[in-house]
Write a protein that binds this ligand. Structure first.
Ligand SMILES: [Zn+2]
Length: 258
């Protein structure tokens, strides 16, 4: 899968995915704004095969209406959030399969509630569109669901193949890794990645995608069952946490407060 980032708003990415670099049929993921995406589609002379929406927030859906009007295509979006998103003709749920014939690709829908209750991710062809559930080095704020729901959803993403390329909705990597290093000051992988990411950002390049195997080593929100992370949470809270849910909740609250 060949995936291009179109930066929109302050730090969102709209992902444009085609089967090859010169394919003319693409999937548009989370179009938070119309104009930059329209410019890209026009310039590259692309056809939209489908729109994927991960959740209802405006910075992921704001451009959908205008784009669908000019480039009509099926809109796949969380069944529980169709009212708030609009223009959804293919509501999808956990475990649904989405076949995009123009790309010869099939995706599975994975429920990742927490940031929003209906939040979904799309996984297929070696890539994961994770929206605001899983970021590189971090995860989304828990706005609508519970910490337990969020951890359970992230556990589903964590179980995907090592080589999965994770395309998240925001360029938050630097801030996320700064926090990750506070949770795990002795994690050499985090420090090494911070250097790489700083260089990329200094050139104005996206730091995404991440790779799932690496995320499992550096992302504190995928490491609730690592003793070093549990110890950091226990030290901050002055209490030993009973299980992975409690560790995850502690780390998420810590990040919210930082
Ligand atoms: Zn969001």
């Amino acid at each position: 899968m060949h995936v291009i980032a179109v930066p929109v708003l302050s730090d969102n990415y709209v992902w444009i995915a085609g089967q090859t670099p010169d394919a003319d049929a693409v999937i548009v993921v989370d179009p938070g704004a119309a104009q930059p995406v329209a410019d890209y589609l026009s310039t590259q002379d692309l056809n939209v095969a489908a729109y994927f929406i991960t959740h209802h927030h405006g910075d992921h859906t704001g451009g959908l209406a205008k784009l669908v009007a000019k480039w009509p295509a099926p809109v796949y979006a969380p069944a529980d959030e169709t009212q708030r998103i609009g223009h959804v003709d293919h509501p999808v749920r956990h475990n649904d399969r989405v076949s995009i014939t123009a790309l010869g690709a099939e995706f599975e829908v994975i429920s990742v509630p927490g940031h929003t209750l209906g939040h979904i991710a799309f996984h297929g062809a070696g890539v994961l569109f994770s929206g605001d559930a899983l970021f590189r080095g971090g995860c989304g704020r828990v706005f609508e669901g519970t910490f337990e729901q969020m951890r359970a959803g992230l556990a589903r993403l964590r179980a995907l193949p090592d080589s999965t390329a994770v395309y998240a909705g925001h360029e938050y990597t630097q801030k996320n890794l700064e926090f990750a290093a506070r949770v795990e000051p002795n994690n050499a992988d985090i420090h090494a990645l911070r250097e790489v990411v700083a260089t990329r950002r200094s050139r104005g390049e996206p730091t995404l995608p991440g790779q799932l195997a690496e995320e499992r080593q550096i992302n504190p929100f995928l490491r609730w069952d690592q003793p070093v992370v549990a110890a950091a949470a226990a030290e901050r809270d002055g209490v030993d946490h009973q299980d992975g849910d409690a560790v995850f909740a502690s780390i998420r609250r810590w990040k919210d407060a930082s």
